[in-house]
Design a protein around this ligand. Structure first.
Ligand code: FAD
Length: 311
């Protein structure tokens, strides 16, 4: 059995594993895909201390740090069930899809999240070539250009407000008859002179030329007419889905949208089970935030292990 098993090999999981390994605990990482969302990320310019890097390169460096610290890495390992310890200090069991089971005294869940995709033609083809999901990350790439934000909830409207400061013009596209964001955000958005708002508009295609986005097509849901808008970027903001479906019917507390409930130190409702990063209720889904949360969860696990002798 492990002292500490970390589930997930993204920034949160790796940070957690480095901390517990350096405390001298036998630490393992089980991950479906080592690197997590970093494997899908092109340029990273907001990681303090690193002027510029690319997702897969950062994932490689994290991989080196994992092996330097003697952490047991199990890649392509997908968890399907958690059986929590029956008493404090007891062993938690994780069942994997390949039939194996892993046991650990402390468990750190860092399974991350995935952006909800629109599912229209052009979206996959132009991903990272104008189709973006993270305004904090990719907004500056569209400086002085025209962009669209798809989604009129809080994240879409916040993204549009944020982008309007950098880009030339933002078109916000909402499928429903009205925006769903908080009133104060909607008012702020409407006060901006370089923003247009389309409601009742169904995005049907993202178009491109020469390997880059050049616009999108939407259908006016009332008139059924199709329109095309020229933009250099499309930010899809229709939700982030935590990778916690497999935990849904268990004893671990999740919120309404499936995020793991944690306190400020990464403790969950189950003794000896901790969580960090994009799979939790943490509102800011970013690399540096996930790394910080991973280290905090690891220190909480350390605190738990030194207080509870093996059962
Ligand atoms: P993830 O990176 O999602 O890692 C989750 C890990 O858990 C993966 O290893 C996954 O395979 C594994 N996993 C999931 N389910 C299971 C399971 N059942 N069993 C086993 N393993 C499982 N943030 C920034 O700060 N700057 C940026 O420039 C930036 N750009 C981005 C660009 C893109 C295209 C995307 C998608 C995200 C970007 N982000 C950026 C956000 C950032 O990548 C995330 O906030 C960060 O990766 C979250 O880390 P995490 O460890 O919590 O989760």
């Amino acid at each position: 059995a492990f002292d500490v098993l970390v589930l997930g090999g993204g920034p949160a999981g790796v940070a957690a594993s480095i901390y517990t390994a350096r405390k001298g605990f036998a630490t393992g990482i089980a991950a479906e895909r080592f690197g997590g969302q970093l494997q899908d990320t092109l340029g990273i310019e907001n990681l303090p201390g690193t002027l510029y890097t690319e997702g897969p390169k950062l994932a490689d460096e994290l991989g080196r740090q994992v092996s330097e610290n003697g952490i047991d890495l199990m890649d392509r390992a997908i968890a399907k069930k958690l059986i929590p310890a029956e008493e404090k200090g007891g062993l938690h069991t994780l069942e994997l899809e390949n039939g194996a089971t892993l046991q650990t005294r402390a468990l750190i869940l860092a399974t991350g999240a995935r952006w909800r995709a629109l599912g229209v033609p052009g979206e996959q083809e132009y991903r990272n070539k104008g189709v973006a999901y993270c305004p904090h990350c990719d907004g500056p790439l569209f400086k002085g250009k025209r962009v669209a934000v798809i989604g009129g909830g809080n994240s879409g409207v916040e993204a549009a407000i944020d982008l309007a400061k950098i880009v030339e013009h933002v078109t916000l596209v909402e499928f429903d008859k009205a925006l769903r964001a908080d009133e104060v955000l909607q008012n702020k958005l409407r006060s901006l002179s370089n923003v247009a708002i389309l409601v009742n508009a169904q995005t049907t295609e993202i178009t491109g030329a020469n390997g880059k986005v050049d616009g999108f097509v939407y259908k006016d849901r009332e008139s059924e007419e199709e329109h095309r808008v020229d933009v250099a970027g499309v930010f899809v903001q229709i939700g982030l889905v935590p990778n916690t479906e497999w935990l849904k019917d268990g004893a671990l507390e999740l919120n309404r949208i499936g995020e793991i409930e944690t306190d400020e130190s990464g403790r969950t409702n189950l003794p000896g089970v901790f969580a960090a990063g994009d799979c939790t209720v943490e509102p800011y889904k970013q690399i540096v935030v996930s790394m910080g949360a991973g280290s905090a969860a690891a220190l909480s696990a350390f605190d738990y292990l030194v207080r509870h002798a093996p059962a």
